[in-house]
Design a protein. Structure first.
Length: 211
């Protein structure tokens, strides 16, 4: 496979109008990824599957990520006049990063024996604009995994053939993998409550019993 930079340029030339950002990874794996723009994501996915250079015919894994609002600090060098002399000094620049939800796809080529290529899609925010295009029409193996992300993170996948909860029950109003999720204290559905779960259930029962 070509470098990620070459792949980015190749995809952008093949899918007119698409915008791709290379995201670095500071973890030990250092696996960088491609952030796709939502408008062209489905077209890019089809290209990655069908292009003879890529032939990414297998989606092995789809995961969700919840990014809270955060303040990012980075060190930058700026020129300042110190004691009448212009010097380059280091300062800390702080910027605000708005929160969003993310779907991450790990793609391989079974035919050409290469991968993974990691692509990401991001929602506009974490509240009322949480829609992404489903990539299940391209990789059928993403179907249940997108359902799981819908269930646990709340991302709505437009174009998914059967988008409904997978782990939680119909009518459940929350998304347990969100970082600001508050777990319930009733645990009426827990048949074998024990330890801290049992203690919470007792406290809830005592509160419910008060007039």
């Amino acid at each position: 496979m070509e470098s990620l930079e070459q792949s980015k340029a190749y995809i952008e030339s093949a899918v007119p109008g698409t915008r791709i950002e290379i995201l670095r990874n500071d973890s030990p794996s250092a696996q960088r990824s491609l952030l796709l723009d939502n408008q062209h994501a489905l077209a890019v996915a089809r290209f990655l599957r069908d292009d003879p250079e890529f032939r990414l015919d297998y989606c092995s894994n789809v995961t969700g990520v919840d990014w809270l609002d955060a303040e990012i600090s980075e060190k930058v060098k700026v020129k300042k006049v110190v004691d009448g002399v212009e010097k380059e000094v280091e300062e800390v620049k702080k910027t605000k990063r708005p929160g969003c939800l993310e779907a991450v796809y790990h793609l391989y080529s079974m035919e050409l024996k290469h991968g993974p290529v990691i692509v990401r899609l991001r929602t506009e925010n974490r509240t009322d604009k949480t829609r992404l295009p489903s990539l299940t029409p391209v990789w059928r193996g993403a179907e249940f995994q997108e359902r799981e992300i819908f269930d646990l993170y709340g991302i709505i996948f437009d174009g998914h053939p059967d988008l409904r909860r997978l782990l939680m029950w119909d009518g459940y109003a929350d998304h347990p993998m969100r970082k600001d999720y508050v777990e319930p204290d009733d645990y009426e559905y827990e048949p074998t409550a024990h330890d801290d779960v049992l203690e919470k259930a007792k406290q809830h029962a005592a509160t419910e019993a008060k007039p």
